[in-house]
Design a protein around this ligand. Structure first.
Ligand code: MV4
Length: 665
């Protein structure tokens, strides 16, 4: 009986495996790098062992340290997750040699599938359809060039040791062939230490459809439907779903049976994925077999109702598969997206830093697989995936709707993410019609606004200003209080905007140059701002962190920095000319007069606060353009008192509609 599972991984997949292992009664051991000492997977495991410094080569890829951790904790089995050592045949063998059960297929199956050339030959022999091509053993350039004549164009050159699109080249015509072979060889040597190449006819605008298979050591093998992973960006999967909107019941059966043949042909055991390309005529071709549990396994779990990690542990214990093929039913539809800390508007640059808040949305049919929580730091050492967001629905549109809501309502403050890019894809009509192929993102989505840098509009800035408020919120309850004006300076992206907030009761008017926007504030507190905008009541989520303010509403996220009180550093040391009350108090004297010339340092107004008189001084030379206060006024901290214009053009400045002291309209 197996009792104690070591998880040789980190992040969401380690958390995912620990969850099922604990539920089945296993003790769990986490391993972690120095950078992950406070990670969620470490917290959730019964025991945890540090296996080295942050770099993966020194920790999560360090076979010896992991095996030593297993020995120290008396673990009897190891789950490798995905990535890292999960498809390393030498590691699987080393586990076995150390008397540990490797929760994965036998080493020879891993090894066979690690070679495109050998796996393709084996699959062809087993009767699995493969893309027509050439699979000569260490073929020379001349042999490849000769073979290409029988294949035709366009064709693909692939590195035998490659996978996931690495070392792959598309060749359109014979004239480009020799040069591309040379390049592919040197790239492949560089990337994989092996320069064996194969050739394949290119399948045009294919779909990527993969079959989940499971096999046990008693000769049973089944398929659990397919996943469509056609929506990819540079060979990184972005969206995965099950079932595929393109796969008919007949095609599913044919591909499923081919995938089972593939598993049986290599004496497979455990979870595996057989990847196929499917062309527009629904011909399918074996691409490769992934000998691990895949990132996107949850969509299969949601439509089959099965726990694939539980199946893996069952098979690892030597027991037969839980279900026969005829017992496996597919119900409803599931879609997964990979939520990343990355910036789609700047080349999908990975983002690092403090994740101030991460609060997954709640709702029927939603699942979040995540390895992070609020307060974690996203470091540059590992993949910056924050979570897999998965929605199940009775039908595809229900799953889409639920997923869009989940993306929009999840609170993520602190790092830029691809969430808007993801929700735009799910909402897209081509995707909605089930017509997305592997060319979709490049062909139909490259101009999407979610890929362009966006500057917040006045409504978004108004919401920010509404939250920042500068201490005048206390008067919002008085419906007949005089209007106050507060200048707020915000930095957003690399722009600085000056907003003037005129408040009367709970009505706030915002002006930014000539642009105006008015909101009614309903309530604010606990990270939620409720407003009425143009008669529509809605809620905005926000998070304040120092002078940074993060917001999300209308399906968008934005952030600003409040720099109102930052000293302006002009060459003359002059200020903005917008003179504000430095604290709450009463105006006991107004010295400034509209049109009057002032020098920097001149006293404009005298404010009495805490039983002391405070002169309020000009922060630059100029002409008084507006006086917004009168003797005897009670003023709030940061309320605008006097404006100083630079020179004689003061009178030509845009006039303010809202005069201070006016009754609220
Ligand atoms: C192909 C192909 C067209 N024809 N092979 C890319 C990843 C690697 N696993 C296989 N890939 C492809 N192989 C032939 N003969 C097109 C791709 C391909 C692709 C495949 C799946 C998902 C996305 C893709 C994006 C570009 C190219």
């Amino acid at each position: 009986m197996l009792k104690k599972l070591l998880i040789a991984n980190r992040g969401e997949i380690a958390v995912r495996v620990i969850r099922t292992a604990k539920a089945l009664g296993y003790r769990t051991v986490a391993v972690y790098s120095e950078a992950d000492a406070n990670a969620l997977h470490v917290e959730l495991a019964d025991e945890a062992v540090c296996i080295g410094p942050a770099q993966v080569s020194a920790s999560y890829l360090n076979n010896d340290a992991i095996l030593e951790a297993a020995r120290k904790t008396s673990a009897d089995c190891i789950h490798p997750g995905y990535g890292f050592l999960s498809e390393n045949a030498a590691f699987a063998t080393a586990c076995q040699d150390a008397g540990l059960v490797f929760v994965g297929p036998p080493a020879p199956a891993i090894e066979l599938m690690g070679s495109k050339r050998r796996s393709k030959i084996a699959m062809q022999q087993a009767g699995v359809p493969v893309v027509p091509g050439f699979e000569g053993d260490n073929a020379s350039d001349d042999e490849l060039i000769a073979a290409a004549k029988n294949i035709g164009y366009p064709l693909m050159i692939k590195a035998s040791a490659g996978g996931g699109g690495r070392g792959m080249r598309l060749v359109e015509s014979e004239s480009e062939l020799a040069d591309n072979i040379k390049r592919a060889r040197s790239e492949s040597k560089q990337a994989f230490g092996d320069d064996e190449l194969i050739l394949e006819k290119a399948v045009i605008e294919p779909r990527h459809v993969e079959i989940q298979v499971f096999a046990d050591r008693h000769g049973n093998a089944v398929y659990l439907g397919e996943r469509d992973c056609s929506v990819q960006r540079r060979h990184q999967k972005v969206v995965e779903e099950a079932p595929s909107p393109f796969v008919t019941p007949e095609l599913r059966k044919a591909m499923g049976e081919a995938a089972v043949k593939a598993a049986l042909a290599c004496n497979y055991e455990g979870a595996g994925t057989v990847e196929f390309l499917v062309d527009k005529h629904r011909n399918f071709y074996f691409l490769e077999m992934n000998t691990r549990l895949q990132v996107e396994h949850p969509v299969t779990e949601l439509i089959t109702g099965q726990d694939l990690v539980a199946w893996q542990l069952t098979v690892a214990e030597g027991r037969p598969l839980p279900l026969a093929q005829s017992d496996i039913r597919l119900t409803g539809h599931a879609i997964e997206v990979r939520l990343y800390a990355e910036d789609p508007a700047h080349g999908f640059n990975p983002q690092t830093g403090l994740l101030h808040a991460f609060e997954p949305a709640e709702g029927e049919g939603l699942r979040f697989d995540t390895g992070v929580r609020s307060g974690d730091t996203i470091t540059p050492h590992y993949d910056p995936m924050l979570a897999k967001v998965i929605a199940w629905g009775h039908n595809r549109d229900e799953a889409r709707r639920r997923l869009i809501r989940a993306l929009e309502d999840t609170a993520i403050f602190g790092v830029t993410t691809n969430r808007h890019f993801l929700s735009r894809i799910i909402a897209n009509d081509t995707f909605g019609a089930g017509e997305a192929t592997t060319a979709f993102l490049q062909q139909a989505f490259s101009d999407d606004p979610s890929l362009q840098p966006q500057t917040p509009d006045i409504r978004q800035l108004a919401l920010a200003a509404c939250v920042l408020d500068h201490g005048i919120s206390g008067q919002s309850a008085w419906s007949n209080a005089p209007a106050t004006m507060t200048p707020i300076t915000l930095e957003t992206g690399d722009t600085i905007v000056d907003l003037l907030v005129t408040r009367s009761g709970n009505r706030l008017s915002f002006s930014m140059g000539e642009t105006r926007h008015t909101l009614t504030l309903e309530s604010q507190g606990d990270g939620l701002l409720c407003i009425i905008d143009n008669g529509v009541r809605q809620t905005c989520q926000y998070h304040r962190q120092g002078d940074s303010l993060y917001l999300q509403a209308f399906g968008r996220s934005w952030s600003v920095r409040d720099i109102t009180y930052q000293p302006t550093t002009g060459a003359t040391g002059a200020g903005s000319g917008r003179i504000q009350a430095s604290m709450d108090g009463a105006i006991i004297e107004v010295l400034a007069e509209p049109g009057g010339s002032v020098r920097q340092g001149d006293t404009l107004v005298i404010l009495e606060a805490m039983k002391m008189e405070h002169p309020v001084k000009a922060d630059r030379d100029g002409v008084v353009s507006q006086v917004h206060t009168r003797k005897g006024d009670q003023v709030k901290r940061s309320q605008l008192l006097v404006e100083i214009a630079e020179n004689q053009t003061a009178g030509q400045e845009p006039t303010q509609n809202d005069k201070p002291g006016k009754e609220p309209s």
